[in-house]
Ligand binder design. Structure first.
Ligand SMILES: [Zn+2]
Length: 124
């Protein structure tokens, strides 16, 4: 393993996100390479400071008392305006397919006439 590979893997290694077998090769390289040891120490230092800032900031911030209720309301599937849309489209399609051909042609003709009337209204 060379230093370029190491620098790409060090953050993942620090977060225990490397593939099995890689930690041994990474440890072996770290034991012998001062540049990568320095890089690894700087990653540890930055992440430690980042965690410290996050925990300090989290202690200072508190959500409004009704925050959880607002989140729950947004997660409620009954509030989803698209809930059941697929079923409604399927039902409308089934109803349309079950109608006699003359009715489909009538609906098609009326739709075309309405579209033409709207276009003519906009153009004229
Ligand atoms: Zn190295």
């Amino acid at each position: 393993m060379n230093c370029d590979n190491m620098k790409q893997l060090l953050i993942s290694y620090h977060n225990n996100e490397v593939d099995p077998g890689e930690p041994d090769a990474i440890k072996a390289h770290l034991e012998t390479c001062p540049d990568c040891q320095l890089e690894h120490r700087s990653i540890i230092d930055v992440q430690s400071k980042f965690k410290q800032v996050l925990s300090t900031t989290a202690e200072l911030v508190s959500p409004p008392p009704d925050a959880w209720l607002a989140i729950q309301g947004r997660l409620d599937p009954n509030r989803n305006r698209f809930a059941g849309l697929t079923e409604r489209i399927a039902r409308a399609t089934r109803n349309f397919l079950d109608t006699p051909v003359w009715q489909k042609r009538l609906v098609g003709s009326l739709t075309a006439l309405t579209t033409l009337a709207l276009v003519a209204t906009v153009i004229l």
